[in-house]
Ligand binder design. Structure first.
Ligand code: SAM
Ligand code: SF4
Length: 323
């Protein structure tokens, strides 16, 4: 699948639910959000069918996200069924990690090997301030068991002024003794994110270099938008995802499927193509493929975060889109 700008579309991010067991302040309002009615949410079999159709069209990598994907009942069953598509070379989950202590054994049994775990601080009180819940210990224990079980782990932190300013060297330090990647993601002005101020990748790198010495930039290995660095003596890498300071739209190879069944072409724009309606009205695999192809031709050239005209922008929150 190629779009009109010659980008090869190989990556599908699926939001399996808009619900979450945390309330990260830059992502969700403290009182939560009105949930999407149950019948509007794609059933797991529908997600599996759409994934299978898109795998047949060239999707090679799928990431399950949310909301919090691990709160979706039987998400493990979905992981299991996704492994039946031979075209899918890589299946991963992005999670806040809170439910890993309970679910890790069954996820491993279902064949999951890759986990991205979001963690913005290593301080218990700060974690509670940011997320609304005293769950840091569960997340740490989930990371430890995933690592001990040989999973490939990436930790994601969103630096936010006034929330976790002095946490970055400690977080990056997690990649010193273990082969874990720690990544810093620039805050995007989406939903609640508009109420906070992010910190640029450059500023974080400077802080880390002041603590750990000069970092070496690693060559790009085709691993998505992150730019990776090596610090001397570290087993893992430190990465930066910089949608604001360095647009990576020219290499964007992704599509997003929202929990209510819309195919989104860009995180920034609010439009998207409804797949749930046709699916439930009995569309054939070929008809769905046609809709996906048409959608891909609409994939915009780039996002416009930071520019004045915001009329078309996504008003939904990150928990609804899947990050
Ligand atoms: N609940 C899961 C989690 O937290 O990993 C998956 C969904 S969450 C929306 C996916 C990622 O998006 C998390 O790493 C989160 O920190 C990040 N995120 C949320 N709001 C963001 C924003 N406004 N800008 C940048 N990243 C954001
Ligand atoms: Fe939930 Fe993830 Fe959003 Fe935090 S970032 S509120 S864990 S969806």
């Amino acid at each position: 699948m190629q779009d009109t700008y010659g980008r090869k579309i190989e990556y599908l991010r699926i939001s399996v639910t808009d619900k979450c067991n945390l309330r990260c302040r830059y992502c969700m309002p403290p009182g939560g959000v009105p949930g999407i009615p149950h019948e509007e949410i794609l059933r797991l079999e529908e997600i599996a069918r759409l994934s299978g159709i898109m795998a047949g069209m060239g999707i090679k990598k799928i990431r399950l996200t949310g909301g919090e994907p691990l709160v979706r009942k039987n998400v493990t069953g979905l992981v299991r069924s996704m492994h039946e598509y031979p075209e899918i070379e890589r299946l991963a989950i992005t999670t806040n990690g809170v439910m890993l202590p309970q679910l890790l054994p069954e996820l491993i049994d279902a064949g999951l090997t890759n986990l991205n775990i979001s963690i913005d601080t290593l301080d218990r009180e700060k974690y509670q301030e940011i997320t609304g819940f005293d769950k840091l210990e569960d997340v740490i224990s989930g990371i430890d068991s995933a690592y001990e079980n040989g999973m490939e782990i990436k930790l994601n932190c969103v630096p936010c002024k006034g929330l976790n300013d002095d946490e970055f060297t400690r977080l990056a330090g997690l990649s010193r003794d273990r082969k874990i990647d720690v990544r810093f993601i620039e805050l995007m002005p989406i939903g609640q994110g508009r109420l906070f101020t992010g910190i640029s990748s450059k500023e974080i790198l400077e802080q880390l270099e002041a603590e750990y010495g000069k970092a070496t930039e690693l060559p790009y290995m085709g691993e998505g938008p992150a730019q990776y660095f090596a610090f001397e003596g570290f087993k893992g890498r430190v990465g930066f995802i910089s949608p604001i300071s360095h647009k990576f739209c020219a290499d964007c190879n992704r599509l997003r499927l929202t929990s209510d069944g819309r195919l989104k072409l860009c995180l920034y724009y609010k439009d998207g193509v409804d797949l749930k309606g046709p699916l439930r009205e009995g569309a054939s695999d070929e008809e769905i493929q046609e809709l996906v192809k048409k959608a891909i031709y609409m994939k915009p050239k780039e996002h416009c975060f930071g520019e004045a005209d915001v009329q078309d922008t996504e008003l939904k929150r990150m928990n609804q889109i899947g990050g």
